[in-house]
Design a protein around this ligand. Structure first.
Ligand SMILES: Nc1nc2c(ncn2[C@@H]2O[C@H](COP(=O)(O)OP(=O)(O)OP(=O)(O)O)[C@@H](O)[C@H]2O)c(=O)[nH]1
Length: 740
C-alpha cells in the first residue's frame, strides 16, 4: 500500500546555495561543492548517465542520446559520430543545494592519459559498470588510477533494464576483481508493470520512476510486510553491523539501543559518508541511465557520501589565502584561443588577475568561464574548491600549479617544508622531500609514445597550417608527440594507439579543415649503443663564396643521465675551454639532433651520451654548417658502432577464474611474455602480473576473451622498453621496412 509518494520537482529544489542567501552561501560554499569524475570501461554508459544528471538538474531541456549524437559532454564531431568519449569534458550543475562539477572521461585505453589528468581535479569518483558485463578491462585500469589518487568512490551498476543484467555477478566481480568492499544500498526488482524498480536498503522503500515525464519524478513506497521487506531488513541490519565496525558514532548508538531497527537513517548515512571518505567502503547503487531509472538517487549519493573539497587536499593549506590552482586540461577554442581548466585548491581566481606558474611564468587571466562542455558562461570570480576555465593563459601547460605571485609560492614552499619538518638550512634546501617535489612538480607523467606514423599535409602550402594545428592539439593532449624526420623530411606523430592517431587525423580535418594523410602505424622502437666509439669528421666546403671548415672529434658512450658532455682529459679540456659558449651550444644541438633517429629503424637513440673531444671551426663558418657536421659525425658513429633495438613493453594485469589461468599463461608464453607473479584474487580468481612486448599483443583482448570464454578481465599500460634478441630485431627491421 502506498504510504506516501513524493513528486520531485527539480526546478524548486535545485538551486545553487548562493541563489538562496548571499551570506550563507559564502560560509557554506565549499562544503556544498562536489568535484567528481565519472569513470568506466568503454560503453558502460557514462555519457548517458551524465546527460540524465544535466537534464534532471534542469541544466538541459532535452535528453541527449549517444546514438542520436546530441549529447552535451561528447561535443567533438568525432565523439558524436563514433558515439565514444575522447576528451574529458567538464560540466557543472546544481543538485539539492549543492553544486556538482563533473568530469566525463574517455573509456578507451588510448586515452588513459586524459583520465589520469582529470583525476587531479576531483575529490571523488563515480565508477559506472555495465550491469551485463560486470568489471571489465578498463574498469580495472580506472580503478587503479583512482587508487593512486586515493579517491573515494561510488559504484553505479548501469543497464539494469536489460534482461541479461546480473546484479549479483557485478557485486561478486567488485569483490573478486577489484578486491573492494562494496556495500549495496539498493537492489533491483521488476515492479508491477514489469519495469525496473529499486529497493532501497536504508529507507526500506521501493522506488519506481515515471516514464511519462522521462524519469523526472519517482515514487517511493514503504514496503508492506512481506518476504521482500524481511530480506531488505536483513540487508539493512548487515549494513548497520558492518558500518558500526568502522564508525564509533554508529557503534555507540547500536550498543545503547541494542536494536538495529531503532537506528536512524540519518545516522547510517553519516557513518557511510565517513567510511566512504576514508575509503573503507564503496557504496553500490544501480539503475538504467537509458531508461531513466535511478539517476536522482545517484546524484543524492554524490552529495551525501563523496567528500567536499575542504575535506581533502590539506597539503595546499600552505598557500593560506593565496591562490593555488592545478591545471588539469587545456582545450583550444576557435574564438577564445587556448582555454585552461583549473581546479582551484586554495584562494579565489578573479577576472584580470595575474597568475604565475611554478615554472615562474606570469600571465593574466583575461576571462573566466563556468564549465559546461563546449558552452561557456562568463563569471567574474571563482572560489577555492571549484573548477574554472581561464582564458588568456598562453604558456601554461597541463599539470602546472598556478599561484598569485613568486613570493606566495616561496612562502608556501617554506611553510610546507616547516610543517613536514624538512631541512631548512641553506645547504639542505636543494634536497627537498618527496611531498614538495610532488606538490610543485610541473611535469605531468606523460607516457612514452608506443606507436608512430608519418603525417602529410594535402599540399606543401598547407604544411604550416598543419604544424600549427598539431601544436594546438599537442597542448590539449600531452600524450601526442610530434617530431620531424630530417632523413625523410616527414612530420612524425607518436601516440598511444590506432584510435588515438585516427582521432587526431579526423580532428585536423573537422576543426582545421586540413585533410592530412597518415602513413602506416608502426611500433615505436628505440635504439641504444652497445659499445663506445670515437670518430673524427673534417669537412671543408665553399658555400656562396665563403669557406666553411669544421673538424670535430666525438665519442658516443653509454649513459642514462646526460646527453652531451665535454671530455675531461687535460689535453682536450684545454682546447675545448677556448671554444665560445655559443659554438658549444651549436655543437650540442647538432649532436643531440642526430639521436632523434637511429640507424636501424629510425627509432630514438636513448641511454647514449655524446662526448666532445675536440673541435676546430674555421673563421666565418656558419652555425648551420657546424650543426650539420656535428649531426653527421654522430650519425657515422652510430652506424659504424651499430645499435641494438629496444621494444615497448606493456604491463598487463589479468584477472581470471583459477581454472582458466594455465590456458592464459600458455598463450602468453607464446607471446614472449614474462610472468612476474600469479596472485590469488578474491575467492575464485587469480591475477597474473605479466610484462609482454607490444608487438605480440595485437588483438590480444579478443584473444583473451576467446581463451577465457569471456571470464577474464585485463588492464594494459606501457611500462618501458626492453632489449630484444637478434632474431626479433631482424623481424622488427623487416616490419619497419614494410617487408613483413
Ligand atoms: N539498455 C541500456 N543501454 C544503455 C544504458 N546506458 C547506456 N546505454 C547505451 O550504451 C551505449 C554506450 O553508452 P555511453 O553513454 O556512450 O557510454 P560511455 O561509457 O559514455 O562510452 P565511452 O565514453 O565511449 O566510453 C549507448 O548506445 C547507450 O545508449 C542503459 O542503462 N541501458
Amino acid at each position: 500500500m502506498l504510504k506516501y509518494a513524493l513528486q520531485i520537482r527539480p526546478k524548486q529544489i535545485n538551486r545553487f546555495p548562493w541563489q538562496l542567501s548571499n551570506q550563507n552561501w559564502r560560509r557554506s560554499y565549499s562544503s556544498k561543492i562536489r568535484n567528481i569524475g565519472i569513470l568506466a570501461h568503454i560503453d558502460a554508459g557514462k555519457t548517458t548517465t551524465t546527460e540524465r544528471m544535466l537534464f534532471y538538474a534542469g541544466k538541459t531541456r532535452a535528453l541527449g542520446e549517444v546514438h542520436r549524437g546530441n549529447t552535451v559532454t561528447d561535443y567533438l564531431t568525432q565523439e558524436r559520430e563514433r558515439g565514444i568519449t575522447i576528451c574529458s569534458s567538464a560540466v557543472t550543475f546544481p543538485w539539492n543545494g549543492h553544486r556538482i562539477n563533473l568530469l566525463d572521461t574517455p573509456g578507451h585505453i588510448d586515452f588513459t592519459m586524459e583520465v589520469e589528468q582529470s583525476l587531479y581535479a576531483v575529490d571523488g569518483v563515480v565508477v559506472v559498470l555495465d550491469g551485463t558485463a560486470g568489471v571489465e578491462a578498463q574498469t580495472v585500469t580506472v580503478w587503479s588510477q583512482a587508487d593512486k589518487h586515493k579517491l573515494p568512490r561510488l559504484i553505479f551498476i548501469n543497464k539494469m533494464d536489460r534482461p541479461d543484467a546480473d546484479f549479483e555477478k557485478c557485486v561478486l566481480d567488485l569483490k573478486d576483481k577489484l578486491e573492494t568492499q562494496p556495500v549495496c544500498l539498493q537492489y533491483p526488482v521488476k515492479n508491477e508493470q514489469g519495469l525496473l524498480a529499486i529497493n532501497d536498503v536504508i529507507t526500506l522503500e521501493q522506488l519506481s520512476w515515471q516514464q511519462k515525464d522521462l524519469g523526472r519524478s519517482y515514487k517511493n513506497i514503504k514496503l508492506e510486510p512481506s518476504d521482500s521487506l524481511r530480506q531488505l531488513q536483513e540487508k539493512r541490519n548487515e549494513l548497520i553491523d558492518r558500518l558500526s565496525g568502522l564508525d564509533d558514532e554508529l557503534a555507540d548508538v547500536v550498543i545503547s539501543t541494542e536494536s538495529f531497527d531503532e537506528v536512524d537513517n540519518a545516522l547510517i548515512e553519516r557513518a557511510l559518508r565517513r567510511a566512504t571518505s576514508q575509503q573503507k567502503v564503496v557504496p553500490v547503487l544501480l539503475g538504467s541511465a537509458y531508461k531513466n531509472v535511478g539517476i536522482q538517487r545517484l546524484m543524492d549519493a554524490v552529495n551525501s557520501y563523496l567528500p567536499a573539497p575542504e575535506e581533502r587536499n590539506q597539503i595546499y593549506d600552505c598557500f593560506g589565502t593565496e591562490v593555488a590552482g592545478k591545471v588539469f586540461k587545456i582545450v583550444h577554442d576557435k574564438q577564445r584561443g587556448p582555454l585552461t581548466l583549473v581546479r582551484i585548491l586554495r584562494g579565489e581566481i578573479k577576472r584580470g588577475m595575474r597568475l604565475i606558474s611554478a615554472r615562474g611564468q606570469a600571465e593574466v587571466v583575461s576571462k573566466l568561464y563556468e564549465p559546461l562542455a563546449d558552452e561557456y558562461r562568463e563569471v567574474s570570480a571563482v572560489q577555492s574548491g571549484d573548477v574554472v576555465i581561464c582564458a588568456g593563459l598562453k604558456s601554461t601547460v597541463t599539470g602546472d600549479l598556478l599561484t598569485s605571485s613568486q613570493s606566495a609560492l616561496k612562502n608556501a614552499q617554506k611553510r610546507l617544508k616547516q610543517s613536514l619538518g624538512a631541512a631548512t638550512t641553506k645547504d639542505e634546501e636543494d634536497d627537498e622531500p618527496d611531498e614538495l617535489d610532488e606538490l610543485f612538480s610541473i611535469d605531468p607523467q606523460i607516457p612514452d609514445a608506443v606507436y608512430f606514423c608519418s603525417i602529410e599535409p594535402p599540399s606543401v602550402s598547407s604544411q604550416t597550417a598543419m604544424e600549427q594545428a598539431l601544436r594546438q592539439l599537442q597542448r590539449e593532449d600531452p600524450s601526442l608527440r610530434v617530431s620531424y624526420d630530417t632523413v625523410t623530411g616527414q612530420t612524425v606523430l607518436g601516440g598511444m594507439g590506432e584510435l588515438h592517431m585516427d582521432i587526431i587525423k579526423s580532428r585536423i580535418l573537422s576543426e582545421y579543415k586540413i585533410d592530412v594523410d597518415l602513413g602506416p602505424l608502426q611500433i615505436a622502437y628505440k635504439e641504444t649503443i652497445e659499445t663506445p666509439a670515437l670518430n673524427t669528421l673534417s669537412v671543408e666546403k665553399e658555400i656562396a663564396g665563403s669557406k666553411q671548415n669544421v673538424s670535430i672529434t666525438l665519442e658516443v658512450v653509454k649513459n642514462q643521465t646526460e646527453l652531451f658532455s665535454l671530455d675531461k682529459s687535460p689535453e682536450n679540456l684545454a682546447n675545448l675551454n677556448t671554444l665560445r659558449p655559443r659554438i658549444l651550444q651549436v655543437l650540442r644541438k647538432g649532436s643531440i639532433s642526430a639521436l632523434e633517429r637511429g640507424p636501424r629503424v629510425g627509432g630514438q637513440v636513448v641511454d647514449t651520451q655524446i662526448r666532445l673531444h675536440n673541435a676546430s671551426i674555421g673563421r666565418g663558418t656558419a652555425d648551420s654548417f657546424v650543426m650539420a657536421t656535428a649531426a653527421q659525425c654522430v650519425q657515422k658513429l652510430l652506424s659504424t658502432s651499430g645499435t641494438r633495438l629496444l621494444e615497448p613493453i606493456m604491463a598487463l594485469q589479468i584477472v581470471a577464474p583459477s581454472e582458466r589461468i594455465s590456458g592464459i599463461i600458455a598463450d602468453l608464453s607464446r607471446r614472449r611474455a614474462l610472468i612476474n607473479d600469479v596472485l590469488p584474487k578474491g575467492e575464485r580468481n587469480k591475477m597474473i602480473l605479466v610484462n609482454a612486448p607490444l608487438a605480440e599483443l595485437s588483438g590480444y583482448s579478443s584473444a583473451l576473451r576467446t581463451i577465457s570464454s569471456g571470464t577474464a578481465s585485463m588492464t594494459m599500460q606501457p611500462c618501458g622498453f626492453a632489449s630484444m634478441n637478434s632474431a626479433d630485431e631482424s623481424l622488427a627491421e623487416r616490419r619497419a621496412q614494410g617487408l613483413e
